[in-house]
Design a protein around this ligand. Structure first.
Ligand code: S6P
Length: 599
């Protein structure tokens, strides 16, 4: 029987540290393992889902145990953060000829953009010249739409890095790949290693080095692991840096937007805050700063019942085919855009299912390529776009969530809340304020909203309050969007069963999942995947000889590829029959369960 359906195995691994055991899913890196804490998340109530996510997120801050794994608060990690902060200081002293480049794919690239913009704003406030640039695989359209294919291109990664840093004499390159897996980032790191006179590479990810992906990068013989091995050697003399603590498996296996994204944000903010400060960079300073994020996490989840109410509302909207809209202000609004854009590859969602809008639209963003509205409807991101295109069609079944803080224009929030309330009572708010400072309009907004989560941060919270509010908002949104898709039936146990198969990582994950759930051989599972991608019952010679790139490109045009392949594997039926079956049972989890029972 399929490994995931073996009750014995599940019982054997049930506590929070068990994933660290050497024989727990030994062939998978930490970021791809399934988390023992969330095995039953697909059957949980909204309130239990939020509690499970809380337990998973708390694993980020667990101290090192008796295993090989470095953790977020490990001495080695803190020391590396100190060293990198010193490097950023050197760049600050010479902004003309130096640069920090943050880069990544998918969520990692979005956060690279988010933080590069935030750090530059902070520098300007402190009267420094901006020193940060970002590179995201797929360009700016990938900031809020799913563009998974460019992740596979190492040459493109290197070219983009070269272009953005043209003419600079000293570049600190910070590449983020949570799984130590993205070829785009490996290409950039390799480029840095080949030009050590200018570039110092820093890699941020959440697997130990020996678990880095070992598949040849497209078009060359290098692998991510071979690049990491070279970096490890140079790290001994501080010519390269590796920041790769383990965080424990994601709540939804492989969904690195969750803990991976949160930890990326924490680590880079800690580094940059230390380097911007006028006081010396110290071990304890860094450690305390990291611990303050743990407090922010606990504080966020102290509102878990309210988060569950919101998750339930969002889940109801998705269940009846309606939508969830995040209407945000400032950086909290950007986090809404980011969270929404991740639902497509993770849950096979439509871009309209969960959408983000930010006050000021592209002006607020300040992205490299400017206004992208003309690229298509999913690039309409301002509140005006919401008012023009979405509000007129809003019904009681849609959920609207306002995201703002007392440093935003609360008058404007109240006005928008009134407009939405005229169309639907299903409006909610997540509001961050500081002790004793409630805005007068807040009472008004509270009356309009069917639920409000009021995050009241204490005055003693460190001056990095905005970063804490952002983390809190990210956790909240990840819980709402993940929870809502679970309630819609898009998750089986803790696996994303309706993922898009649009790059090599997702292709491999899908093939593995099919093998795991069906107990068929590796080759049978991959064949079924290909049949579903090409919508055929027999694989032609042509298909068999196509490149992986062609497979993932074709998969981008198909829907429900993995569920189709799974139904075929479990029942032996044709693709057409599997399609009909899934039409009758659109809840993917239930369709899979029905097939598993009858197989
Ligand atoms: C993950 C998200 C993806 C990843 C991207 C980069 O939840 O949907 O878009 O961010 O694949 O992954 P990595 O491991 O290189 O950071």
């Amino acid at each position: 029987m399929a490994a995931v359906a073996k009750p014995g195995r599940m019982n054997a691994f049930s506590t929070t540290h068990d994933w660290e055991s050497a024989d727990y899913e030994p062939t998978l890196p930490v970021t791809e393992k399934s988390n023992p804490l969330t095995r039953d998340i697909d059957r949980a109530s909204a309130s239990s889902i939020v509690k499970m996510l809380q337990a998973c997120d708390a694993q980020m801050f667990q101290e090192k145990s008796q295993t090989e794994y470095q953790r977020l608060l490990s001495e080695e990690i803190v020391k590396t953060l100190m060293e990198v902060a010193e490097r950023v200081r050197l760049i600050l002293k010479d902004p003309q000829d130096s640069l920090v480049v943050l880069s990544g794919c998918g969520t990692s690239g979005r956060l690279a953009f988010f933080m590069a913009s935030g750090f530059n704003r902070e520098l300007q406030r402190l009267n420094y010249a901006p020193i940060c640039s970002y590179v995201i695989a797929g360009g700016d359209r990938a900031l809020f739409s799913s563009q998974e294919a460019p992740e596979d291109d190492p040459t493109l990664g290197a070219l983009r890095l070269k272009k953005v840093s043209e003419g600079k004499k000293r570049v600190l390159f910070i590449g983020v790949s949570c799984g130590l897996s993205a070829p785009f980032v490996a290409g950039q790191l390799d480029f840095c290693l080949r030009h050590p006179d200018v570039y110092t590479p820093v890699l941020v990810g959440f697997n130990p080095a020996h678990q880095a992906r070992n598949e040849p990068l497209p078009g060359c013989t290098l692998t991510f692991r071979s690049v990491v091995t070279r970096m490890e050697e140079l790290a001994k003399t501080q010519k390269a840096f590796l920041i790769n603590p383990a965080l424990g498996p994601e709540a939804i296996s492989g969904s690195s937007r969750m803990k991976g994204g949160s930890a990326t944000k924490i680590l880079l903010e800690v580094v940059f805050s230390a380097s911007f400060s006028r006081t010396p960079v110290t071990f304890n300073g860094i450690l305390q700063h990291m611990r303050s994020y743990k407090k922010a996490l606990d504080f966020t989840y102290s509102h878990s019942e309210e988060i569950a109410v919101l998750t339930e509302a969002a889940g109801r909207s998705l269940q009846c085919g309606r939508q969830v809209c995040y209407l945000g202000w400032g950086s909290l609004g950007l986090l809404g855009l980011i969270d929404a854009s991740e639902c497509k590859p993770t849950f096979g969602a439509d871009y309209e299912d969960i959408r983000g809008f930010v006050s000021g639209g592209y002006k607020e963003l300040g992205n490299n390529e400017g206004d992208l509205t003309l690229m298509g409807p999913e690039f309409s991101i301002s509140h005006d776009d919401f008012l023009d295109r979405v509000l007129p069609r809003l019904t009681d079944d849609d959920t609207v969530l306002l995201l703002y803080s007392d440093s935003d224009d609360v008058d404007e929030v109240a006005k928008l809340a009134h407009r939405v309330r005229e169309k639907t009572p299903n409006i909610h708010a997540a509001y961050h304020q500081t002790d004793g400072g409630t805005a007068a309009q807040q009472d008004d907004i509270n009356k309009l909203c069917s639920s409000t989560i009021n995050f009241t941060w204490s005055q003693e919270t460190p001056k990095r309050l905005q970063h804490m509010r952002e983390l809190s908002t990210k956790l909240l949104l990840n819980a709402v969007s993940t929870g809502a898709h679970i309630l819609k039936g898009k998750v089986f146990k803790n696996y994303m069963v309706d993922l898009q198969v649009t790059n090599s990582k997702l292709y491999r994950r899908a093939a593995r999942l099919l093998q795991e759930l069906s107990s068929h051989s590796e080759s049978q599972s991959e064949e079924a995947l290909l049949k579903a991608i090409y919508q055929v019952d027999k694989l032609s010679e042509d298909i068999m000889t196509c490149s992986l790139d062609t497979h993932t490109h074709t998969a981008g045009k198909a829907k429900k590829v993995v569920p189709l392949a799974l139904v075929c594997l479990l029942t032996g039926c044709s693709i057409k029959e599997a399609e009909t079956r899934l039409e009758h049972q659109p809840i993917v989890r239930e369709a899979v369960e029905a097939c598993l029972k009858s197989s």
